[in-house]
Write a protein that binds this ligand. Sequence first.
Ligand code: FRU
Length: 502
Amino acid sequence: RIKEFKNMVDHLTDVPKKVINNEQIITSSSPYRQKYHVESESGTLGDPNGFSYFNGKYQLFYQWSPLAYSQKPHYTQHGWKHLVSDDLIHWQDLGAAIESDTRYDRYGTYSGSAISEDDKLLMFYTGNTWINTDTQNNWVRIPYQITAYMDKNNIVHRNNDPIIEGTVSGYTAHFRDPKVWKKDGEYYAILGVQRTNLTGTALIIHSKDFKDWNLLGELNTKYDSLGYMWECPDYFELDNNGVLVFCPQGLKSEGNKYQNIYQTCYLMGDKVSLPDTEFNAENLKELDHGFDLYASQTMFSPDGRRILISWMGLPETSYPTDKFHYSGCMTIPKELKIINNKLYQVPIRELDTCRVNEQIIKQTLTDNVYQKKLSQTANEYDFSIDFKTSNAFIIDLFADEDDQRRFRIILNKKKNEIVIDRSTTGKDISVAYGTTRTLDYSIDNEINIRIYTDTSSVELFVNGGEEVFTSRVFPKKSQSYLFLNSVGGTTAVTGNIYEMSK
Ligand code: FRU
């Protein structure tokens, strides 16, 4: 792997246009291209980075390797893609913001964050490098924590002196993903790191001027040995709480929990006390219960919302889109709220502007007798229903006419659980990690289900965002039916379905 990177091309402009065009043509022939989710026009899309509001627009960057699937593997590791938007839905593509072209980030402009300040967008990211330390071809990873700023012309200026070179005593070279915030006029950043005893944690650093930084210490939680590495930590305060969203790698599955190769989790508690970095929080929870969500990042919008966006995809996972030389997309943005001491994820209201052609649903489904079959002209919709079931209610999305192939959602009152099942969707994804996900959830009262589908994804919100399930799904052309079915009793449903236009 290391050898491949040795002849890395430094700039996209050095790559023959023909190569770039060819990749984009292959990608555009994919039947799975999304309608209203951000995707790369070729290659890989990974973690959201630098999610912020600056220069009158929302700014979104992401981990981007546009030529990851090209013939020449040495084009692989790239930089930050840059998009801007007025509404968080319609994005303008501004191309590469940062490329991996300095001695500090030559092997990857890794994840990081941004906050706006006057006429600058202050940025902080990890540069990844490898060096060959001996004649035995032993390569050693050396990370650099780099600050930069973007001007109003979208030009990124990197500072020549990294904030941290390599690692800090007590930690390995897995040291990355600074997320920066400002409090009482001073700057703080949280980084995901690995201790030399191979457990994961996070560090907080501090600066008065965004130039000189000092290490405050480890985020002091009661989770002392949670996985082997924490990636992409994001700390923010919401109402009177401190919330840490992060990706602890190496969690063993525990009952229904931690079934994916890697998970995104959160801790919510008191605000982190600074400068002593005490974080009093318990009840580690999974942020999402679906198959495909990782590396979430939040921003504070000018109208006072805490908005979260995530990579809909997982590291080290193959997807059917690989064949079309791309992978990954962003989730829809969600507004975070705390209701009754729980973190809710609510689809942002801007999504409502995409809704067209409302269809009203009002039905009492009887036991296995009646299936309400809804035939969409397209698979991209916003579907919201309230239901009350006496036993179990099933929603089959992306179904073919006979309901043989489908993505199934089971809302089981008797078992008090919600199950999603993609075993019969047509294309297998990561089956080694199982084809169902289950969440214990009480379905006693009337509850609301809201589903956003796009050409190749499902985002399911339970009870106004109390629980979320995010998954990719890769249907055949014939799979554009939606079945509602009541099993072992009756289910009363009312709601509506809109097509999503863009
Ligand atoms: C998470 C991650 C980050 C890293 C980046 C590299 O998906 O591994 O920790 O900065 O991706 O692309």
